[in-house]
Ligand binder design. Structure first.
Ligand code: FAD
Length: 487
């Protein structure tokens, strides 16, 4: 099939979806081409979920500037899009004289970057803020926070879609050609003919850049592994606790999640394999031992899950990590926005990155503003967030609210059905998980995964063998053992 639009955004992660949403403010047609079956399968769903203050990045860099801007824009984004975001504050904990000097340097750099809410605090204040931490003093960043990276990305994508952006999931871009002033993109079994291309392909961005003719970038992967701890420990950690950072690595930290769990990590292991997300047992032990010196409450028995993410780091010929690169190379690939090395703090900087990218486009053409763009995502309250009175009313009007599917996270059949009819047409098990939190509790889907699989079959009319866990090849069932109504 041939699709035509003004812009094709390649990559529907947090950056591509934010750019698509920014572009939807204009009277143009936009397609997002995404190789996975959902928008949070890669880096946007695999990170610490910390909204950074902007002090850890070299002065004068885009990382510093867009992080500070993105941090400021997060309150409005959360209000419009309805994803959890909490300005918890965060501490960088030290013990030695050299730690203190490094924290002071970090704080000065932060002020120069335009960050606010930074101060050195003594051990007494540190222990008032985080009673269960090991450390003699700290730098407090009161403007830092935590958020739900799944719902942030999904909300950006859904709001973009509500404003007319078309998502093409399961479409891997294989080639791009420029002919007669238009880009011809081959993705999945379809062709796209567009005036503008935005390369927001994350770990695949170098590959897309090469397809555009912008060659020579060297991007390495830095893999970070994590442990997820049971909600039992959440109350002991009111804010993220970090060690003293370097300018290239934040160190293994402990972070509360917006839902009350705690994550431990990441380490940083260079990798060429951008698709292997397994967490080896020795890394689990290393994370536990390393973070325990900061926060001595990490017990293997509380680990309910592991996960990992891979940072795309643009490096020079000597391996030195470079800044974000957001460019239009008019002489090589006119009308193509190229984003390279969008590693941390990409999540924090998301909205600022999107505005910067769209700003580059607007310097070269004039898109007409739409008057009917709606920045507010429509959403339905989850059962677990309702008051008792609201729950009663919900069950009376829709009995599916009375069928509990995931008891760990209080997710009902009605919540699952609502998520299954999402704007993007996502129908994987992880798609339901990230939208509802079903399968994210202590049992990790042991009790509810099969029920959800059956709901996907029933609601979407799928055969068991057509249901996927996350990726295009992640089959769960190969078919029925027996046919019959009592099976
Ligand atoms: C371990 C770790 C910790 C982090 N912690 C933080 C943090 O605490 N705070 C913070 O601000 N940032 C953090 N980050 C950084 C942040 O997560 C990223 O900067 C951000 O998610 C990048 O988003 P993205 O949309 O560019 O990438 P992605 O989410 O990877 O999106 C790119 C999309 O492009 C698609 N794609 C790739 N190739 C193709 C192709 N050929 N055709 C079609 N689609 C394609 C992919 O499937 C993917 O969905 C962390 C990252 C990692 C890995």
């Amino acid at each position: 099939m041939l699709y035509q639009s003004d812009v094709a955004v390649i990559g529907g992660g947090v950056i591509g979806s934010a750019i698509a949403r920014e572009l939807a403010r204009f009277d143009i047609s936009i397609s997002v081409i995404e190789k996975n079956l959902d928008v949070v399968c890669e880096t946007s769903g695999r990170n610490s979920a910390v909204v950074h203050g902007g002090f850890a990045y070299d002065r004068g860099t885009l990382k510093a500037r867009l992080c500070v801007e993105g941090n400021k824009l997060m309150d409005q984004a959360a209000a419009e899009l309805g994803f959890p975001f909490i300005r918890t504050g965060k501490v960088l904990v030290g013990n030695t004289d050299e730690d203190m000097r490094q924290l002071e340097r970090t704080m000065e750099q932060g002020f120069d970057n335009g960050a606010s809410g930074l101060e050195i605090i003594d051990g007494k204040k540190l222990h008032e803020l985080v009673p269960a931490v090991n450390g003699s003093f700290a730098m407090l960043s009161s403007r830092s926070g935590i958020m739900d990276p799944f719902l942030f990305t999904i909300a950006l994508a859904e709001n973009a879609a509500e404003n007319g952006v078309r998502y093409f999931l399961g479409h891997e871009v294989k080639s791009i050609e420029r002919r007669d002033g238009l880009y011809h993109i081959h993705a999945g079994n379809d062709e796209f003919e567009v005036k503008w291309v935005v390369n927001a392909a994350g770990l695949g961005a170098k590959h897309i850049s090469d397809m555009l003719g912008i060659t020579g970038y060297r991007v390495i992967g830095s893999k970070g592994n994590y442990l997820v701890l049971d909600k039992r420990l959440g109350p002991l950690l009111p804010m993220p606790v970090y060690p003293v950072p370097s300018n290239t690595y934040m160190g293994i930290h402990v972070t509360p999640t917006v839902d009350g769990n705690v994550t431990v990590g990441p380490d940083a292991v260079n990798t060429d394999d951008f698709s292997y997300y397994g967490v080896p047992a020795d890394k689990m032990l290393y994370l536990q031992q390393s973070a325990s010196s900061l926060w001595p409450h990490i017990d293997r028995a509380d680990v309910i899950r592991t996960f990992s993410g891979i940072l795309p780091k643009w490096v020079d010929e000597n391996g030195v990590i470079q800044d974000f690169r957001i460019e239009i190379r008019d002489e090589i690939a006119p009308n193509a926005v190229n984003l390279i090395g969008i590693e941390s703090p990409g999540l924090t900087a998301t909205i600022a990155i999107a505005r910067y990218a769209v700003g580059l486009m607007l310097e070269r053409c004039s898109f007409k503003k739409r008057s009917d763009f709606n920045p507010v995502r429509s959403r339905v309250k989850h059962f677990s967030a309702m008051t008792d009175k609201e729950k009663e009313a919900a069950i009376n009007s829709n009995p599916s609210y009375g069928h509990m599917v995931c008891s760990c996270e209080d997710v009902t059949e009605a919540d699952i059905i609502e998520a299954l009819h999402n704007r993007l047409g996502v129908s994987t098990l992880t798609g339901i998980k990230y939208r509802t939190r079903a399968m994210m509790g202590g049992c990790q889907g042991g009790f509810c995964q099969t029920k959800i699989e059956q709901l996907i079959e029933r609601e979407l009319g799928r055969k068991p063998e057509d249901v996927r866990y996350m990726g295009p090849d992640s089959w769960i069932l190969s078919g029925r053992m027996r046919e019959g109504k009592n099976d």
